[in-house]
Design a protein around this ligand. Structure first.
Ligand code: 2P0
Length: 325
């Protein structure tokens, strides 16, 4: 009744931005991501007779409030799947995802919880089934079940039975790197949940975003299969800009960008002009992730670190899918 699993976070190259069902988390568009080696969560789940309720410790600190509720709700889902609604669980997570680097820990967090929780409950499921279950904890987490490049196929059924991730290319397919640029400023953010909802409900640009996804996905997969860095980078960067453009059209309008966000974007464009291939992508926050190839690592790290307002540059390789420890 006890199991430990590790899952790595991921960075979307084609973004998930919008839900068609908020209860079981069904997206309005398919997305595609790169699983990252450098940032992960390790979680142990133990179902115990003596517990009167679920407990959740993050980095050895007890967690309460909204974060606890999301975990307890997800454990209910695991219990229902296992056909054993009686036992409560102790969940212990260690996060190697620096929140300052602007990675949501929910992706690696829910993927590790799903893997460890189902194993501890004695449920044997394929990675595809596990991805479907994980999706209901946090959407982007369903892609972290797989290593390398993963596509979350939105599916079209109302019950979510065809909405899960699949691996597009394994970890060893391509040594592409990601630099997470950490900024010294922070901002009170619109959460990604609230941000995507407001955009779906109010942004007149939203339909343009949705219409552009099938072609972006088709082209980026073609680029990944032949390891065409320029093609993959161009599509990822443009896709990110389209996602962020939808927020400016929302009511009330909002943006995740700070001054330094735009400075980093401009620096990446200048790097390209000077012959260094690099592309950026940005999630629901001000931090920028830069895609590059290994031979430019030193140069890229130096240029990014020298930008005023940048406090750290964290590098990562392509990562693996879930592992059981
Ligand atoms: C992504 N993001 O594809 C996109 C790009 C943010 C921008 O997935 O509500 O934490 O738990 O399903 O997965 C962040 O949203 O949202 C996200 P929920 P999630 O990575």
């Amino acid at each position: 009744m006890k199991a430990t699993a590790r899952a790595h976070t991921n960075i979307a190259l084609i973004k998930y931005w919008g839900k068609r069902n908020e209860q079981i988390i069904l997206p309005t568009n398919s997305s595609l991501s790169l699983t990252l080696d450098g940032f992960y969560t390790t979680t142990t789940v133990e179902f115990k007779e003596e517990l009167a309720k679920d407990t959740f410790y993050l980095n050895d600190e007890p967690v309460k409030g909204e974060q606890y509720s999301r975990v307890a709700k997800f454990l209910n889902l695991i219990r229902r799947t296992a056909g054993n609604e009686q036992l409560y669980a102790e969940v212990r997570s260690i996060n190697e995802v620096p929140t300052a680097a602007g990675f949501a820990s929910s992706a690696s967090g829910f993927a590790a919880l799903a893997a460890a929780g189902t194993k501890a409950a004695g449920v044997d499921m394929s990675n595809q089934e596990l991805s479907k279950l994980t999706r209901q904890g946090s959407g982007s987490a369903c892609r972290s079940i797989f290593g390398g490049f993963a596509e979350w196929r939105m599916g079209n059924r109302a019950d979510g039975s065809d909405s899960h991730a699949v691996q597009v290319a394994p970890q060893d397919h391509w040594d592409i790197r990601v630099a997470a640029v950490v900024l010294n400023e922070t901002m009170k953010e619109v959460s990604s949940r609230e941000g995507m909802k407001r955009t779906v409900d109010t942004s007149p640009f939203y339909s343009g975003w949705i219409d552009s996804i099938p072609n972006d996905l088709k082209e980026i997969k073609a680029g990944i299969s032949v390891r065409d860095f320029e093609k993959v980078g161009q599509i990822a960067e443009a896709n990110c800009l389209k996602m962020h453009a939808t927020t400016l059209g929302a009511n009330p309008p909002f943006t995740y960008w700070l001054d330094t966000t735009m400075t980093v974007m401009q620096t990446v464009r200048e790097m390209r002009k000077s012959g260094i291939p690099a592309y950026f992508t940005i999630d629901a926050g001000p931090n920028v992730k830069v895609l590059y190839l290994p031979q430019y690592e030193e140069k890229i790290q130096q240029i990014l670190s020298d930008i005023e307002g940048v406090t750290d540059v964290r590098l990562s390789k392509v990562g693996q899918g879930i592992t059981y420890l």
